[in-house]
Ligand binder design. Structure first.
Ligand code: ADP
Ligand code: MG
Length: 485
């Protein structure tokens, strides 16, 4: 070395580790029976347990344990047979107990790993730990002028916290990881991952170090990241700031920053000096959480295929494009429906087109949920068969799909009842063509004068006369022949 660097930025590398809080999709809170439904009137979902009234005792919700274990197992973690709840002591207005029940020294699971895709290839991150904890309430600053209001409905909602090792090396990589993690959590059905409602929140830790240096640099923690684009933007800004400090000979101060998504800016929340000493100690009112070997085995056996693997399979074994595979797998219910129809022998590409196009449009208009899949795979397969063999036209297929989703009956009955069969009888088609030409002498003259794009106009006229039943391919051939003759 020895040379003074011309481009100091090039010599620093970025190190990022994330802590992700995920609200578990349970009906009730972690240690009491209050509802977890979002959006209820403030402080209407509270009881002595989550308010921390003296003498109230927590009781662990087993549904939450099941979901947390599922998330941890899917992240390749080792599930611990025994984990311990602890009290994390601090005071904050949205924490009426004065402590948060969390897992500290003996977490639910450790030592996982997770792979995801980057434009340049595969990315991977080690998962340090996955533990369970309760959420805090919410301070609301914009409801009462000049005062802060407190809503404790969220206090006690079950969370898993997923902590990565500092393995990520760019804001883009952090973003790609979070996107794939969200897909996984949705596929597992452990959380609704609704970021607007705060079901998935990220803290990002970031430091820089000279390339080749083994020890990590001093890290800064960024809190309050509620969107993935926010994570990426905040990290970019912080890299710029740290780069400037370091390359002008300064030192990074260990601190916690708050991201302001509206202003797109970071501000200091507290320095190391003000950092809390949480005085963790084991929660005296809860026994250790014991997972039996058979429970652990069952959780592992019931894991669904990871979205990344599913996308690969859709591309490799079913011949879908990367785009189609991505769209289907992003919506687990849609992917399930796709697989069910394909397993009946329908061509995958056709099924994908119909589901991603007309089906999604129609299901969306009707406000249908996609899991479980709202259409009989047998009926969808039959619809594709009827279109494929020319019994009905593609246009009629869409109408049939709408009727199927409306619960009007089965495909064959509906085709019969509504006269959807495609008409290919030459004499009948010729008849509609002649009457279309006769009724539009002006257009016919213009066509004969060279305006050949009017072919489409006459196509439309014929299709109208046939009430959509004419075979469009055949009509086009006959029309072209008639008009050129
Ligand atoms: P703390 O004790 O401050 O909570 P931890 O060591 O427990 O810090 O790590 C918390 C998170 O910060 C983890 O996701 C970890 O990967 C990440 N992290 C730790 N050290 C660094 C560092 N120097 N640079 C970037 N991220 C880091
Ligand atoms: Mg920490």
């Amino acid at each position: 070395m020895g040379d003074s660097p011309l481009e100091p930025r090039a010599l620093l590398e970025t190190v990022i580790g994330l802590e992700i809080h995920v609200q578990l999709r349970t009906a009730t809170k972690l240690f009491c029976g209050d509802s977890t439904v979002f959006g209820a009137p403030p402080n209407s979902q509270v009881c002595p347990v989550c308010l921390g009234l003296p003498g109230a005792l927590p009781v662990l919700d087993h549904a939450a344990v099941g979901l947390a274990a599922r998330a941890a197992a899917a992240l390749g973690c080792r599930l611990h047979p025994v984990s311990i709840f602890a009290r994390k002591n601090y005071f904050y207005p949205d924490m009426p107990k004065g402590y948060q029940i969390s897992q500290f020294q003996e977490p639910l699971a450790t030592e996982g790993s997770f792979e995801f895709e980057m434009p340049e290839g595969e990315g991977a991150v080690r998962i340090r730990r996955v533990h369970m904890e309760e959420d805090a309430g919410k301070s609301i600053h914009d409801r009462i002028v000049g005062a802060t209001a407190v809503d404790l409905n969220r206090a006690g909602t079950p969370l898993v916290e997923i902590v990565t090792e500092p393995d990520l090396s760019s804001p883009e990589e952090a973003h790609a990881f979070l996107q794939e993690l969200k897909l996984l959590l949705e596929a597992l059905d452990v959380s609704d991952c609704n970021m607007e409602e705060g079901s998935l929140r990220v803290d990002a830790n970031i430091s820089l170090r000279p390339v080749g240096q083994g020890v990590l640099g001093t890290k800064v923690e960024i809190k309050n990241l509620n969107t993935f684009s926010g994570v990426e933007k905040a990290l970019r800004l912080e890299i710029e700031r740290q780069t400037e400090v370091i390359s002008s000979g300064g030192e990074i101060r260990q601190e916690t920053l708050l991201w302001d998504d509206h202003r797109g800016a970071l501000r200091s929340m507290r320095g190391k000096e003000e950092s809390h000493d949480y005085r963790y100690f084991p929660e005296p009112d809860l026994p250790p959480l014991v997972l039996t070997p058979s429970f652990i085995t069952q959780v592992q056996e019931e894991l669904p295929e990871a979205p990344r693997i599913r996308r690969h399979r859709f591309q490799m074994s079913l011949g879908l494009s990367e785009y189609d595979a991505g769209v289907l797998v992003r919506t687990p219910g849609l992917a399930d429906g796709f697989e069910a129809v394909v397993s009946l022998g329908s061509p995958p590409k056709e099924v994908a087109n119909w589901l991603m196009g007309p089906f999604l449009k129609e299901a969306g208009a009707r406000g249908l949920t996609l899991r479980p899949f709202p259409l009989s795979p047998l009926w969808m397969a039959r619809l594709l068969e009827l279109v494929g063999n020319g019994t009905i036209s593609g246009g009629m297929g869409k109408e049939l799909l709408a009727r199927l989703l409306g619960g009007e009956g089965d495909p064959d009955t509906l085709v019969e009842r509504h006269g959807m069969t495609q008409i290919r009888d030459e004499a009948q088609l010729e008849h509609w063509i002649e009457s279309s030409l006769e009724a539009n002498p002006e257009e016919l003259k213009r066509f004969q004068g060279g305006e050949t794009r009017l072919l489409g106009y006459f196509m439309g006229e014929v299709m109208k006369r046939s009430r959509g039943q004419a075979d469009p391919g055949r009509v086009k051939e006959l029309l072209a022949a008639r008009l050129s003759g």
